[in-house]
Design a protein around this ligand. Structure first.
Ligand code: SF4
Length: 350
């Protein structure tokens, strides 16, 4: 077994935030998405893979919000897209209980089989402007998923669009306008209305507030929390900024170079991060107290997932690195109930 393969077993990462809360809505097991690297010659021979998402495993309970955080290029968006089957995973399982019944492995379904399940899982994108068709009115943008899936037409369609616009804080008469007439925060509300009009159970928010001003970010996060309560939504919240996920997530999975390196309940992660990379990310979170110095314990560039270093992918940047770190990838193991970490140091300290 290679050191990369030694990283994780499916069972070791099935942390549940709410034990006894029943079956998970989503169980991701050993999910991998590799992109081929080919040489520039005539035959374009395969010379390697970019391991954009590698051996990702976690459970997500109904009504829970899981944050996926890490620097740009760490694989969080690839993971979200592979779960929703916007891209096809290289291997692994994505077990989804769409209607509270038996689990369906999304990774194995073909396009036709996926179509009815797409209603139950939606994505909210980072850039509200580029994700909205500028030639369509807001009413048509929000109602389009119902039309495509033939779920409503005529007055029922109009009523459902008006109801959805009201739920995201827009007036029904604003439905006749075009996206350019709205502010960034309002455009994100339109994007949210479009994603939720099908009443999904799983929503992946991909940097959904990153492009917004800080004050507008807070409003949109509050709105997402209210809608979660009202509609019983389960979120995967992708962000590069820990200060954003702090206010919405129950648990946080910290990703580095395609892998989850720590999975912890939100509060525990902020109070006592286990992995040196989590600590470095937290040191970059702005502190309200100006006397607290920012101390980013991190040097060098993020690891290239197409050419990963030996052993722990984080070792060239880690101030705590020792000999074993350069040879063997640390196993992703439980550190305490509900907490998981991939670090030799953490395992030696137990
Ligand atoms: Fe740092 Fe070693 Fe832990 Fe990797 S395994 S994070 S290099 S201490």
């Amino acid at each position: 077994m290679s050191d990369r393969q030694a990283h994780i077993s499916g069972e070791s990462a099935t942390a549940q935030a709410r034990p006894g809360a029943g079956e998970p809505l989503l169980s991701v097991r050993d999910l991998c998405k590799y992109f081929p690297i080919r040489n520039k010659g005539f035959l374009r021979r395969l010379i390697g893979h970019v391991k954009a998402a590698d051996q990702i495993s976690f459970d997500l309970m109904p009504g829970e919000t899981l944050g996926l955080v890490g620097e740009s290029g760490c694989g969080k968006t690839t993971t979200g897209r592979a779960i929703l089957r916007a891209i096809t995973p290289t291997r692994g399982e994505v077990l989804f209980r769409a209607n509270g019944g038996g689990a369906v492995d999304l990774a194995k379904l073909n396009r036709r089989e996926l179509t009815p399940l797409r209603r139950k899982m939606q994505m909210i994108f980072q850039d509200p402007f580029s994700s909205l068709n500028p030639r369509m009115t807001v009413r048509d943008i929000v109602g389009e998923p119902l039309v495509i899936h033939r779920l409503a037409k005529g007055s029922e369609l109009e009523d459902r669009v008006a109801e959805m616009l009201a739920m995201v804080g827009l007036k029904p008469e604003q439905g006749t306008r075009y996206p350019h007439a709205f502010s960034g925060g309002q455009r994100q509300r339109i994007g949210i209305a479009r994603a939720l009009i099908m009443r999904p159970s799983l929503v992946v928010c991909d940097e959904a507030v990153s492009a917004l001003d800080v004050s507008v970010q807070a409003q949109v996060i509050n709105l997402l929390q209210e809608l979660q309560e009202q509609l019983g939504l389960t979120y995967i919240f992708i962000a590069h900024d820990l200060s954003v996920v702090k206010h919405i997530c129950d648990r946080i999975a910290v990703m580095y170079a395609g892998r989850i390196v720590e999975l912890s309940p939100c509060r525990e992660l902020f109070e006592h991060p286990l992995h040196p990379y989590s600590r470095a990310l937290l040191s970059a979170v702005p502190n309200a107290d100006p006397t607290v110095k920012m101390n980013l314990d991190l040097t060098g560039e993020v690891a290239d997932p197409g050419n990963l270093p030996s052993g722990c992918s984080f070792h060239p940047r880690c101030s705590r690195c020792f000999a074993l770190c350069k040879e063997t990838y640390p196993a992703f193991q439980a550190s305490s109930p509900g907490r998981f970490c991939a670090c030799h140091l953490e395992q030696e300290n137990r």
